[in-house]
Design a binder for this molecule. Sequence first.
Ligand SMILES: Nc1ncnc2c1ncn2[C@@H]1O[C@H](COP(=O)(O)OP(=O)(O)OP(=O)(O)O)[C@@H](O)[C@H]1O
Length: 708
Amino acid sequence: MTTPNPDNEFDWKAAEADVVDLRTRRPANWSADLDDERDEIGDAPVPVDLPTSRRTATRRPIIPAWLRSKAEAIAFARWFIGHYTYVFAYHLTRLPLYAGRLLVRAPRGVVRSISGTSHWVSDAEGRPIRLAAVRREDAADYLRLSRQRDDRVRLRTVILLLSAAFCLVSGTFLLTAAPRAVLYASLAVLMGVLGVIGSPADKPLVDVATVKPRVRKLTADVLMRAFLAAGLCKSDDPIVFPAPIMRDGPGWRAVIDLPYGIKADTAIKKRNDLAAGLDLDEVQVWPERVRGTAGSARRLALWVADEDPYAKESGLWPLISKGQVDVFESFPFGEDQRGRLVCLQLMFTSLLVGAIPRMGKTFAARVPALACALDPIVELHIYDGKGGQDWRAFERVAHRIGFGVRDEVVLALVEDLRALVAEMNRRYDTIATLPPDICPESKVTRAIAERRSLKLWPILVVIDEFQRHSGNPIYGAEIVSLLTELCKVGPSVGIMIVLATQKPDGKAVPTDLRDNIGTRFALKTMTWQSSEAVLGAGSYTAGHDSSRLQRAHKGVGILLGADDSGAVEDALTVRTHRTPLADIDAVIARARALREAAGTLSGQAAGEQPAEVAVSSLLDDILTVVPLGEPKVWSEAVAARLAELRPEVYGGWKPEQVAAALKPYGIPVGRQVWGTDPATGEKANRKGIHRDDIAAAVAERNQRRRAA
Ligand SMILES: Nc1ncnc2c1ncn2[C@@H]1O[C@H](COP(=O)(O)OP(=O)(O)OP(=O)(O)O)[C@@H](O)[C@H]1O
């Protein structure tokens, strides 16, 4: 059933011996204390598919997992019936073949029976011993053996004659008096027995059922063969199964201890090799580490799906028809390969979504946006660089919203981001004044966010098709710089950023920005380099490569940082829930009703038009505050004057923020400038800027703007 090619069949007897050996085999420096400790945590290997009488320290559940949940029980029953129906039907259809084989092998069975019987009657097996006695010239022994042989031959001849007489009588009876059916049945049985006797040892009579993947059973020998083929163990240093292989949802789960010194991470990186060893597609093979006290760096949990888990359509977002969200808690985002819910918490983090076109970026970015829309205290700022239908419905709930990359939209975005940076600084100032009993962790809590007077409600900024904004020749650098600032320090004061891009590279999403985004979701990309551009350095070497995802699998991506560890090794493969356009209107209508009821509808959704966008930028503002007659000025003076000019944008800026904001323009900010401190009158050399550098950057920008 499990090994279609008997030549490759795993030698279970040897494996059994190896498993037993492995229980005692230890590295030279292994101490008995360590053995005791590991036994206490239930580490004793359990040979699966073998008699399971050995002691295990961990108690297995009395009621198996598949009987404790209705869904699991149904999945198990479905598999069980499918498997055995398939195997039964497989052999039933081959009955004529098996009968033909028996018929062909029967003559050889006759020959084997006659030669076997004559050997037995003549006591041929004792001949070598008798000859040995002759060679030793041991007359007494020879006589004893000969007498024994004569007795045996006499007795066996009598038995043979009686059996022959019985067969003769039975045969005559069958031929003359028995009904035809009995005669034929007896002949069939005789043929069958002779056919079985005549079967060659290397050609079993019954075929191994080539079981369809959906009903294939995962056994220890299949796994052993796969791990050997993947080079993760050797036949004299095999894998061990600390728990039985069992059904788990629509697939099998095996817990495997790799040989000492082989890391589970190594096996995860060899997922494709394991799939080849299991003769399955990679998408059905899901290795993961078993962590914590019950785990070990060499312990691996392997889930093998019965069939491509993404062959079926993904489920609708559970909150499509009803429900509300608390953005401080996690909300449904998608499902893992086993169909288990994967939730995402966006509060205190940011999300980057990257993929090639048409793989589900917008769907992925829209889930957190819809979730935030369903929490009436969240202020939404939505910018869709493409400007189609995808985000139109959000106009009814968004504080700020913009479509496309026309100048006024880009400027509105820049202005909005500048205002958000200023708002972020204001928020820190506000939080600094809150007593510890209200704000114990120096960050926004739900209770604080709900106090409208403090103006600390959560803010979500979503920018879809981000590459169109970050690549803007005039404002791109400033947009990236402002977002970097927001991603770096905004999360603790309730500012969340979601960026989606179809150009996941260091140009569209500079590393500095990407590294400050805590949660990343890479759908299908073209290359592993693009996958790393979304997931971060080291993700490829850790075995996560979104370029391996299939084009047919829309909405499937690698999610990193959704859990507390945030470790690259703990990335999950998730398929987002579907949020079809047709259903979005209903969600947004609910979100708007919630906002109206809570009195939180604001900005453009409430009919306010954003203030006339100032067609200026940081560079223009610096030229305004640094007059022509002042060629060099300290950065701290620039920060103070900017804050005076536009407190809502630059309030609270320090020289470091001026430096960070100017960095993308390539303006030198570390120049030493000789000046006088207006407060003390003291003269000193401090870091500052040259007005000419700013003027040159503005001239260059204006030139590009005219050319654009
Ligand atoms: N989770 C999902 N389940 C099933 N289908 C999905 C899922 N996510 C996306 N799709 C399908 O993929 C198509 C493309 O999705 P989406 O518009 O989000 O892609 P995109 O990457 O934003 O494309 P573009 O780059 O053109 O904007 C959708 O029309 C939808 O049919």
